[in-house]
Ligand binder design. Sequence first.
Ligand code: SF4
Length: 540
Amino acid sequence: MIDYWKMDHWLLLVLINGCIRACADKNLNQTKDPHRSIIRESDFESLIDWSTSFNDKGEKMKRIVKKEDYIQSLKDLHHMVYYNGKRVEDVTGHPALRPHINAAALTYELALRPEYEELMTATSHLTGKKINRFTHIHQSVDDLIKKVQMLRLIAHETGTCFQRCVGFDGLNAVYMTTYDVDQKYKKGYFERLKQYLIHIQESNAMVVGGMTDPKGDRSLPPTKQSDPDLFTHVVERRPDGIVIRGAKAHQTGAVNSHEILIMPTQAMREDERDYALVCALPLNAPGVILIFGRQTNEERKFEEGIDIGNPEFGLVGGEALVVFEDVFVPWERVFLCGEYDMAGILVERFATLHRQNYGGCKGGVSDILIGASALAAEFQGTANASHIKDKLADMIHLAETIYAGSVACSAMGYKTPSGAYYPDPLLANTTKHNVTRHIYEIARLAHDIAGGIIATMPFQGDLESSEVGHYVKKYLAGAKDVPVETRMKILRLIENMSGGTALAESMHGAGSPQTQKVMYGRLGNLEQKKRWAKRLVGID
Ligand code: SF4
């Protein structure tokens, strides 16, 4: 790989000019496409390349507009991704990774559809240009609500996690916190962050928000771990930047992102300054290694057809362990370094912003599961049974309850000193906490309605077998005129969406339930509640 931080300036200019010309040609062609109708004249201005990210050919990243650009950008990235012990040369061609890429690609594709323009795009408060909402800093309560509506919309299209929200929330959390840090320490982080944000908005790059450290022995702080790298930290400070080491775990969408925004995993103390770190890296930076996590029914991704369940978009986000092996970060990309007292508020803000989402995306995913359950009942002739109607009503109630929580915390959001808007943290935590329970109940009801067949159904290969296929068709027949293949597709979709990895993700994504309970202790105002109770009965 080239040393992308030290390229000659003349070479950079040549590459930038070439990139601008190539992008201009490409976008001129795009304007002929009717689906590109929201690409405006002003988009040509965005071809001014703010990028400081490079692929390993030394080419600057181009602006990603449509799905195909996104796929090509991942091919060009040549980052170090491992799957089951082997290096993946092209993530876009790997059957286990491609479904997650397809889901994230919709965050680009839907932004080009006129009917979704209001939800999927926003106006940058920094440049005044139209940008993808996933790169926006919330400027109003309306922005917060639109975010939730957008997530439910995309969930309806994918039936799974589309991953891009993590970086979106990271950018917003870091934006409001660097402002506060600079009010206190005057380090210039906020202005740096704004320049980085312009780069992300202009390139339309996908950012993964890297918060969760491996943490080793949870009873010990970072400095007392047997291995100091179990928390990501600074190992060297240089005139031109810092060197970091460590890892981030469970990183949703990391293998198909372009950048990682590293944040501290928890509040830090004075002796933990080296762990109070916020910085951004291109994922193809030397020393960054991504190891993809195994999912439930992982092997089915290598098949085609019915047994996969959700063939195009897969199962939840696709998580990876991201390792930083002495990675250099120039100061321009460092947004917190040693200001340990600000780590806690940053973590709290990121968590709140991501917990705000869960009634949106999980509400949308639940809608699919409810629809699939209703179809399963129809296909087996139980749709008119009163207990089935009752269970479907319960599922809708639970899905709308989590969605209502996301809308409520957004509606009760407020402006922070940075100008960015922030959802009500107590309500956002409550929303996520409800998701850790309601998704399990929705899945339980789906299993109840669909029946044990989701766990015992034969393979697609049996259905198509010349020897036993006729038995499968005979004995898996349901309601009249419903092909067995149709019934099997819906049952496999329910299996895909309601078991294993999908449930664990709802429990622990955006923080485990106990972290929400910690927030109730902080924000729940128990003392005030006691005062109200005492006042009613006349206790001093
Ligand atoms: Fe976005 Fe939901 Fe996936 Fe989180 S779980 S990244 S909020 S789609």
